[in-house]
Design a protein around this ligand. Structure first.
Ligand SMILES: Nc1ncnc2c1ncn2[C@@H]1O[C@H](COP(=O)(O)OP(=O)(O)OP(=O)(O)O)[C@@H](O)[C@H]1O
Length: 270
């Protein structure tokens, strides 16, 4: 009798801890562009301090899904959604949820590095300034910390006031990651962040992700299956707007549960 009780208690503690680690929970999410049904009954949990990879062939809905997580999708005309996405327990589609509030928690890095046509320093200081930080000393500290966090400080510390366009593509992408870190987000969304980079810069960004996940939760869309296998903890395989399989990355790549996942990861289509 006593043993049973202890066991039950253990299980419930375990579940509570697991529950706490969920950052985003997506339930029965559907999305239409006009008549086009682009996301179908998506069910997905994103966990804290993990890298979650979204893979799948072109047009399967990866970018649409990631843009829904920070509500960027609302910028597209004629988009309609049903279902629910909760971020830290709160429905992001709730009309009282201000998008600005969500975006201070959720940063995004895009496929093509997109620094502002300003100095390296100003690129990073921009977000904190918008949030009302004026003190030069505090801004200096944030800029240094963010550039260090994005593993680019040593390369740019002597040229902080030069234009960011003078950096290489790989450096620009790490600068964009630093810009994202400067607002101290909780989650970082990355939409094919290395597809425009050379192999060395790609490796640097991948190593960086490994480091960043200690403090952030990362969701990355990638076409590169080796990359997903290398850097992610969990992987979701999307196909025609549906999640075919969502599992721990090792498991999904070694013993996929669905034939379609197996066909995709072995290169039979896509
Ligand atoms: N703004 C839009 N208006 C209408 N349809 C769109 C729009 N954006 C995407 N779609 C359609 O929604 C589907 C999913 O597109 P999405 O860009 O999410 O796919 P993806 O998996 O990210 O593709 P890729 O790997 O090529 O970037 C596609 O059929 C696409 O044509």
């Amino acid at each position: 009798m006593e043993l049973t009780m202890v066991k039950e208690q253990d299980t419930s503690i375990g579940e509570t801890m697991e529950e706490k680690r969920v950052v985003y929970r997506t339930k029965e999410l559907n999305l239409w562009y006009g008549e086009h049904h682009a996301l179908k009954n998506i069910e997905l949990d994103i966990y804290e301090n993990e890298v979650t990879a979204i893979i799948g062939p072109s047009g399967c809905g990866k970018s649409t899904y990631i843009k829904t997580l920070n509500r960027m999708i609302e910028l597209v005309p004629n988009v309609r959604t049903s279902g629910e996405i909760t971020y830290r327990g709160r429905n992001i589609f709730d009309p009282t949820y201000r998008v600005e509030e969500l975006r201070t928690q959720v940063g995004m890095v895009f496929q093509k590095p997109n620094p502002f046509p300003k100095s390296i320093y100003e690129n990073v200081a921009y977000g904190p300034r918008i949030h009302g930080i004026r003190d030069k000393k505090i801004l200096d500290e944030i800029v240094e910390k963010s550039l260090r966090g994005a593993a680019i400080w040593d390369e740019v510390k002597d040229r902080l006031h030069e234009n960011a366009y003078g950096l290489s593509g790989g450096q620009q992408q790490r600068l964009c990651i630093a810009r994202c870190l400067a607002i101290e987000p909780d989650v970082i969304l990355m939409d094919e962040p290395t597809s425009a980079l050379d192999p060395i810069s790609t490796l640097k960004v991948e190593e960086l992700m490994e480091e960043l996940k200690k403090n952030y939760s990362i969701i990355i869309v990638t076409h590169n299956m080796q990359q997903a296998a290398r850097i992610s903890d969990r992987t979701a395989f999307f196909l025609n707007g549906e999640v075919v399989e969502f599992a721990e990355t090792d498991q999904l790549f070694s013993t996929p549960a669905d034939k379609r996942t197996e066909d995709y990861i072995t290169g039979r289509f896509g």
